[in-house]
Write a protein that binds this ligand. Structure first.
Ligand code: HPA
Length: 246
């Protein structure tokens, strides 16, 4: 079974069929079902169905726990990002390969010695190669350009200062978003295959001219993304990651 977690901009064009309330040790989560051709997949609009949850207020632990408890084994995350890399333009797709985590106030583990014992997670290979390869093949076959990039996770909800972006660029960041962490870490802790496909919506502060300007190119991709969901739902391979703790 696989699930889609969709962020800003993407959430408005997926129409949920049913909803289930899932109780977790971290709170109750509403998980929706989407119909993809004639199959069903689970769906979580990351900011809530009414887009009211700021990035730092999302209950990431409850979300991932709820999906795991529904026997989800693969998660596709769709997110909007700003670009620091001049080769990644608004409207381009970027598959995330690794992450620089600059979030500040979020609980980023299940294994903190409270509900679960204390463990240290190996994060050397966070993003699923299996999903990444399939997403890339699909998009390239559709004539889309797909970049690979390093995601910088910021706290938000404000955008970054020009000085922050200059720093993130110097340390190797390609794109910036507010929700990639701790979602990917929690998914790995529960042994889920996770990958994130980002759509560049803007150039980051100080990269473009003037203030951050969101490009709403999402609607252009509605059919493409529905076909991607359909394509992924056909994949039967169950090569789950081997989560390592120390
Ligand atoms: N910064 C942080 N998050 C974002 C941006 C940005 O420029 N664009 C879309 N999400």
């Amino acid at each position: 079974m696989y699930a889609l977690i969709a962020g800003t901009g993407f959430d408005r064009f997926f129409k949920p069929l049913e909803e289930k309330k899932i109780k977790t040790p971290y709170g109750t989560v509403t998980v929706y079902t989407l119909k993809v051709k004639n199959k069903k997949i689970y769906y979580l609009p990351r900011h809530g169905i009414d887009h009211s949850l700021a990035p730092h207020l999302i209950n990431y632990r409850a979300n991932i726990w709820a999906l795991k408890s529904l026997n989800v084994d693969h998660i596709l995350s769709l997110c909007a990002v700003g670009s620091i890399n001049e080769n990644f333009k608004p409207g381009n797709f970027v598959l995330i390969r690794d992450i620089l985590d600059f979030t500040k106030s979020r609980i980023s583990t299940f294994y903190d010695g409270q509900e679960q014992e204390l463990k240290h997670l190996d994060v050397s290979n966070l993003y699923s190669d299996f999903l990444g390869k399939n997403i890339e093949d699909f998009l390239k076959n559709q004539g889309q350009q797909v970049h690979q990039g390093i995601y910088v996770a910021t706290e938000g909800p404000r955008f970054e200062t020009a000085a922050e972006i200059k720093f993130y660029r110097q340390i190797g960041g390609d794109v910036v978003g507010m929700t990639g962490a701790p979602e990917v870490f929690l998914a790995r802790e529960l042994n889920l295959n996770y990958n994130s496909l980002a759509l560049v919506t803007n150039l980051c502060t100080g990269i473009g001219h003037g203030p951050v300007d969101f490009v709403s190119s999402f609607d252009l991709y509605q059919d493409l993304l529905e076909n991607l969901l359909d394509y992924l739902s056909e994949l039967n391979v169950r090569n789950l990651p081997d989560t390592k703790f120390i």
